[in-house]
Design a binder for this molecule. Structure first.
Ligand code: HEM
Length: 194
């Protein structure tokens, strides 16, 4: 295995061949947060009223949701300023198109999750307190029906999101263990690994 040192100045930004550290850290921190949010959301809806987490977990879920929304906006802006690394491996144009479409779809689903979560949380006209630092205001007047509709959508979009993430992760593992190309490795390090 040959390890080529990437120039220090290029480590933060993407290049034609590699993801930079900013994209890598955003990808994995958001991946961990989003997967944890799915399971936390699934768990908290079944909590008993007398459980210590009955109020605390939904509050954390909302606060982290706001942070995820902000990081996703930053990620979109960052991507707009970057080149996307070229495809590696032997995928044909159809598979490359499907992979790209899945990435856009994942972004879309995350934004829909953040927006529907916001609409559920503010359905009673109350803003969201974010770690005691600031309050994200309720921009719309209270509306119970809108809150319930947003709740149903949030649940279904969450399911669709986690299913697509599973396929996306499976594709990454397939590239790594079956096709043995650099697809997964270059999302883990900025070093050029062959
Ligand atoms: C364990 C879970 C995950 C694994 C193993 C994984 C793996 C990867 C890999 C290897 C790439 C690079 C693909 C390439 O260069 O062609 C990638 C890119 C990408 N992944 Fe994931 N991923 C995971 C979770 C997620 C999640 C939860 C999201 C949700 C937003 C996500 C969104 C993306 C997007 C949008 C890209 C395109 C590059 C970018 O815009 O940052 N991934 N992923």
């Amino acid at each position: 295995m040959q390890i080529e040192k990437a120039p220090v100045t290029n480590n933060l930004r993407n290049s034609q061949q590699q993801y930079g550290w900013v994209s890598i850290v955003l990808h994995w921190s958001l991946a961990i947060a989003l997967i944890a949010m799915y399971f936390a959301g699934d768990y908290m809806v079944d909590l008993d009223y007398y459980d210590t987490w009955y109020h605390r977990l939904p509050q954390i879920h909302k606060e982290v949701g706001v942070v995820i929304g902000a990081l996703m906006i930053f990620r979109l802006l960052w991507n707009a300023l970057q080149t996307s690394p070229e495809n590696v491996g032997d995928d044909g144009p159809k598979i490359q198109f499907i992979a790209k479409a899945a990435h856009y779809f994942l972004y879309g689903l995350v934004f829909m999750l953040v927006i529907s979560g916001y609409l559920i949380s503010t359905a009673k006209g109350q803003g969201i307190d974010v770690f005691g630092l600031f309050e994200l205001p309720a921009f719309l007047p209270d509306n119970k029906d809108r809150g319930e509709l947003a709740g149903d959508l949030h649940e279904w979009i969450g399911l669709g999101f986690i299913a697509l993430v599973a396929l996306h992760a499976l594709a990454a593992l397939l590239h790594h263990f079956f096709y043995k190309d650099r697809t997964l490795k270059r999302m883990l390090t900025v070093k050029k690994l062959n």
